[in-house]
Structures are given as C-alpha cells and as structure tokens.
Design a protein around this ligand. Structure first.
Ligand code: KG4
Ligand code: ZN
Length: 338
C-alpha cells in the first residue's frame, strides 16, 4: 500500500441488504452484499426480521469484504456506517458494529447519509460526472431529484409527497397479482406489451415534487371495472398493462427531470437507486439526453441497489474533509439532508 493511502471499511444496513465495502483512496476494492430472502414470503420487508438477519450476516459480510480486498482489519484507517434514513433496528446493527470496530482499532468513525451515498454511487465507475450534476434517486423508499454541487454539498430540489417510484411499481404489480417485489417483473412483461394500450392518472404536482399514490388508485379502479366485465382481463392483458403502467411512471419521472434541468441549467443528469435498473427508465433518460443535449450517467446495477460501496465513497470524502463522529453517535430512522 502506498504511503498515505486511506483505507475505509464501510457498512450499510439500512433496510434488507447487509453490505460491507473496502475502499482505498476512493476506489472500491470490494462490495459484499447479503440479500435477505426471508422477506419474500411476507410481500415486503419485515423490520424485526431485517434486524435479526443483519445481526447474523454482518460478521461474515465484513470478513468477505476484507478477504476480497486482500486487506486485514488492522489496515483500516476509518470505519463508516449508514446513519440514516432507514429501519431503526436495522441501522442500529450496522452502527453498533462500526462503533465497536472503531473503538477497538482506535480509528475515526464516519456517519453517512444513505441518500447522499446513493447520489455519490455515480462516482464509483468511469466515466464519472463532474460537479455540479443532477441525480434522480429512485428506490423502494425514496424518489428525489438532488442537485449535487460537490461531494458534500447537495440539495434535494424535488421529492415525492407520498409513495416512492419503487412503491408505485410494487403496489401496481400487487394489483396485477404479481409477487413482491414486482418492479422487475413489470419491467420484464412491459418489454412484450404496448405502452399506449391504457392510460392512467398522471398527477399535476407543483414544482419538482412527485406523487404516485393517485396512479395506484387509478390502476385499482380501472382493474376493478374491467374485471367486473371480464374476469380474465388481467391475465389476457398483462403485458399491455405492465407496459402502460411502466410508461406512466417513467413519464412522471422524466417530466420533472426535464423541469429540473431547465430550472438549474445543469446538463449532467445521473440516476441512482433500485428503480434505475428499469429498462424503460434507462432508455427514456438516454433518449432525453440525446434530445436535449444532456450528459447522462447510470451506475452499474450493483451500485444502484443498496450497497456499502456508495457508503465508502461518501465516507472517503468526509474523511478528506475531517468530518468524524464521536463514539456516542447513534442512527436515526428519519433524517434531514446533512
Ligand atoms: O434501491 P432498492 O434496491 O432498495 C430500496 O428501496 O432502498 O430499490 C428497490 C426497488 C423496489 O421497489 C423494486 O421493485 C425496484 O427497486 N426495482 C425495479 C426494477 N428493479 C428493482 N423497478 C422497476 N424495474 C426494475 N427493473
Ligand atoms: Zn437505498
């Protein structure tokens, strides 16, 4: 290791992925993720079960991250963890583990905001955007447009006032009788369907904010009316339904992104979060980029979903800025933008 290199161990445990990453000078050497399959049978994440699974997974996940990066725990210069937002029991497991390591190694502790980290996932692979850039962060729990002026200077300029984009996918999928999480299945069936077959409500929300709860209601009423006439309606129209629902969600997202570009004058546009895996959304971003002259960026899938690599890169910038925490720090379920 070169003299002066900064090695960080980062831990992510905000929801249902236990993840650890080793990064050296802002370059991720390993990003290990244990996904918790236990929630599938319940149709959503069960907080109590998530905490227990984190407790089981955290030691092997960290050990694997060290092994893959070919580093020992003694090589670590700082320990980082996701402080907020997330499920409090899940966050506590990662926070407590990180604090114990920092205490035992006598190394600094860094607390990371999960949503800031999603945005900085765009710095993990080349070509990376330069600052300032806009980021549409779309996951199961969040939908935000962020203006990133520098790694540690970000502003949420738009967000959902109710459901997240991922919830819009998952709840619509549930109405179609698809298993949780339904987002990837809608994506798959949408490829075979006609996106103009059906129209669903598109809310008129002011500024750069989003609303998705009306879409779910619109899908529900439409399906109720159609299945009353034809009980096999969903089965016979699944591909078209998926394509139309997906196109509606994508239109809502891209419309606000266009507005954000006009409002800020920032032409570099990134995406982050699990929903950015959606092929319709990826294509729409690229198309909008070509049409309007934006430079567009989407991280590889492993850095779109919850992962410790994004926590590590954020922690690296906080390390350079000397932003460390006292060992009495704790996580919070909800947190404003730091
Ligand atoms: O970021 P993420 O892995 O977890 C958090 O919510 O933090 O995002 C999960 C969400 C789920 O709602 C899932 O249905 C959605 O991302 N998702 C997709 C696709 N892949 C994952 N939604 C639409 N199309 C996809 N291909
Ligand atoms: Zn997330």
């Amino acid at each position: 290791m070169s003299k002066g290199a900064v090695t960080i161990l980062a831990i992510e445990s905000s929801c249902d992925e236990t993840s650890a990453s080793i990064c050296v000078d802002g370059k991720v050497l390993s990003n290990t993720v244990a996904t918790q399959a236990v929630h599938e049978q319940y149709g959503g994440v069960v907080p109590e079960l998530a905490s227990r699974a984190h407790l089981q997974n955290i030691v092997p996940v960290v050990q694997q991250a060290l092994l893959k990066a070919d580093r020992n725990i003694q090589d670590i210069d700082a320990v980082a963890f996701t402080q907020a937002p997330g499920l409090i029991g899940a966050l506590l497991v990662g926070a407590q583990f990180a604090k114990s390591i920092a205490l035992s190694l006598n190394k600094p502790l860094i607390a990371v905001h999960h949503m800031q980290a999603h945005v900085l996932a765009n710095l993990l692979v080349a070509p990376e955007p330069s600052f300032p850039f806009l980021c549409l962060t779309v996951s199961g729990g969040h939908t935000q447009i962020v203006l990133a002026r520098s790694p540690l200077d970000m502003e949420v300029i738009g967000e959902t006032i109710d459901d997240a984009a991922g919830e819009a996918f998952d709840k619509s999928a549930k109405l179609l009788g698809l298993p949780y999480p339904g987002g990837p299945l809608i994506d798959r069936y949408a490829k075979l369907g006609n996106a103009d077959a059906f129209r669903f409500a598109e809310p008129q929300i002011p500024e750069l904010n989003f609303s998705f709860s009306g879409l779910k209601t619109s899908v529900l009423y439409f399906l109720q009316a159609q299945t009353a006439k034809d009980p096999a309606f969903v089965q016979n129209n699944l591909n078209d339904l998926c394509a139309s629902i997906q196109a509606t969600i994508v239109r809502i997202l891209i419309k606000k992104l266009k507005k954000a570009v006009v409002q800020t004058g920032v032409m570099q546009v990134c995406m982050a979060g699990g929903v950015s895996a959606n092929s319709g959304l990826r294509a729409a971003l690229q198309e909008a980029g070509k049409k309007h002259g934006w430079k567009t960026y989407i991280p590889p899938f492993e850095y779109c979903t919850d992962n410790a690599g994004m926590i590590a890169i954020t922690a690296y910038h906080k390390y350079l800025a000397g932003q460390f925490e006292d060992l009495s720090v704790g996580p919070t379920a909800r947190a404003g933008w730091s």
